[in-house]
Write a protein that binds this ligand. Structure first.
Ligand SMILES: *Cc1c(COP(=O)(O)O)cnc(C)c1O
Length: 479
């Protein structure tokens, strides 16, 4: 303890010793009379120090092949975005200062022109995430009024974000139309009342219905809304009727193909939506944020809403968002520099090259009789609740274990490494998908970690017992 107390703040060590003694005392009072030594207390204090010292939020190597992995932080920022964050974080910035007029500026100025140029929208506002964007649109334009939504689009996005609940929270009066599998134009037409404020359309991001199904697309909702607006004009009813699309993923680049292709933001606007909202850290490949694009008059109202202040972005997110959006001005840069877009579109032969380098490095570090490693064709996933039917061909390194096991090695890589390496288990093999390995540094990290599992890991995992069971789920849980 004396050595520890010189390496760490004395007050911290003292309080940890007290906590440890207190915990022991409580166990004795509860009837546990097994003996414990000063050494036990010291070991316990060291363990407590370890958990305090190790950052909770830290980098991992994603070898799952799920590109936009919600549990692993969704999108990886482009180097240009990282640099922009660094720049504004370490000093003062033009966050709300306009150097041209030398007057107070607006946070919106940093991204709005770029969003409009890229998507063709009249105006845009960015908020904390797309869930916040959905809430803000409903609260601002549909509170106390009818909002019509298809029963087939009453979705749960995950993390307890359910469309019916969010509508109730905002005070919008939800009018459900159609059935689970089929909703027709006449369903919307019949449900229309002179008070209806909005058609709400929600993109089914994370699931697909196939077979006997039908929905009404944005273009046809636009036509229904236009004839209703004309009717209202003739009846001197000036209640607006909006077509709003929660697009979810927010693809700007074209990703996927055929039926498994995400509608882009530009396409959604062209079909006639008044407002479209989308996430910035899914297919767009930027920081966590949500953008609402649409008619200027509507966006101006959102900017004046008290929720705009509640849900506003901080300077680091704004910096990353602006830098990411700027990369979209040049298609080629978007596909090369934005890691999410690059990983989703990268040629499978390039991925195979990375898988082979990983195999070679692993073979150099794994004892000959311990395991075999081969490069195998596999399937990556977009993740982030996007493109659920899109099988992205990929190559992976598969380890078959003669010593130890895939499960034990998996536990070692996740729970015992300073930089955890997250692979997945398939039929007793450990699979490392090379599509989501970012660079040679990550290839080495993964190979070194596996090598050390065979050197020391098997014992380390046994001594760790089952204490990390809760973390095992991480690679299986997709978005
Ligand atoms: C992901 C998603 C959301 C939530 O977006 P966040 O940016 O994660 O808050 C809302 N709607 C749809 C359709 C989505 O796919």
């Amino acid at each position: 303890m004396a050595a520890v107390a010189t390496a760490y703040p004395r007050s911290l060590v003292t309080s940890l010793v007290r906590e440890s003694v207190e915990a022991r005392r409580a166990r004795i009072l509860a009837g546990d009379v097994s003996s414990s030594s000063v050494d036990d207390i010291a070991r316990d204090v060291l363990e407590r120090l370890g958990t305090i010292e190790r950052p909770s939020l830290r980098r991992v190597v994603n070898a799952t092949g799920v590109v936009v992995h919600t549990n692993l932080g969704r999108s990886v920022l482009a180097p240009q975005a990282v640099e922009a964050v660094n720049d504004v974080a370490r000093g003062y910035s033009t966050l709300e200062y306009d150097c041209a007029t030398r007057k107070r500026g607006s946070r919106h100025d940093h991204y709005e022109r770029l969003v409009c140029r890229i998507t063709g929208a009249e105006a845009a506002i960015a908020v904390n995430n797309n869930a916040a964007a959905v809430m803000m649109v409903l609260q601002t334009f549909a509170q106390g009024h009818d909002a019509i939504i298809s029963r087939g689009e009453q979705v749960e996005i995950g993390g307890s974000f359910r469309i019916p609940d969010i509508m109730e929270l905002t005070g919008a009066h939800m009018v459900e139309v159609g059935t689970t599998n089929k909703t027709h134009e006449f369903d919307y037409e019949r449900a229309l009342t002179p008070d209806c404020a909005m058609f709400v359309k929600v993109h089914p991001s994370n699931y697909r219905m196939t077979g006997f199904t039908e929905g009404v697309d944005v273009g046809r909702l636009r036509a229904i809304a236009d004839s209703e607006i004309k009717r209202r004009k003739d009846a001197c009813n000036d209640r607006p009727l909006l077509v709003y699309l929660d697009l979810g993923s927010g693809a700007i680049a074209s990703i996927g193909n055929g039926d498994a292709r995400e509608m882009t933001v530009m396409e959604a606007l062209k079909q006639g939506a008044d407002l479209v909202s989308f996430s910035c850290d899914k297919l767009l490949g930027g920081p966590q944020a949500g953008i609402i694009v649409g008619k200027k008059g509507l966006i101006d109202r959102l900017k004046k809403s008290p929720l705009a202040r509640v849900l506003r972005l901080d300077k680091m997110t704004l910096a990353a968002l602006e830098a990411t959006l700027r990369l979209y001005l040049d298609d080629e840069h978007a596909y090369q520099d934005i890691p999410t877009v690059r990983m989703l579109t990268e040629d499978v032969e390039v991925v195979r090259g990375r898988a082979e380098r990983l195999r070679d490095e692993m073979l150099r570090r794994i004892p000959k009789d311990a395991a075999s490693v081969e490069v195998v064709p596999e399937v990556s996933r977009a993740g982030g609740g996007a493109l659920p039917m899109y099988d992205i061909p990929t190559y992976a390194c598969a380890i078959t274990f003669d010593r130890g096991s895939a499960q034990k090695c998996f536990e070692y890589l996740v729970s015992e490494r300073r930089v955890p390496v997250i692979a997945r288990i398939n039929a007793d093999r450990l699979i490392f998908d090379a599509r989501t390995l970012l660079d040679d540094d990550e290839i080495s990290l993964a190979a070194v970690a596996v090598g050390e599992y065979f050197a020391v890991g098997e014992d380390a995992v046994q001594s760790a017992g089952g204490k990390n069971d809760g973390r095992r789920a991480v690679s299986h849980e997709v978005a």
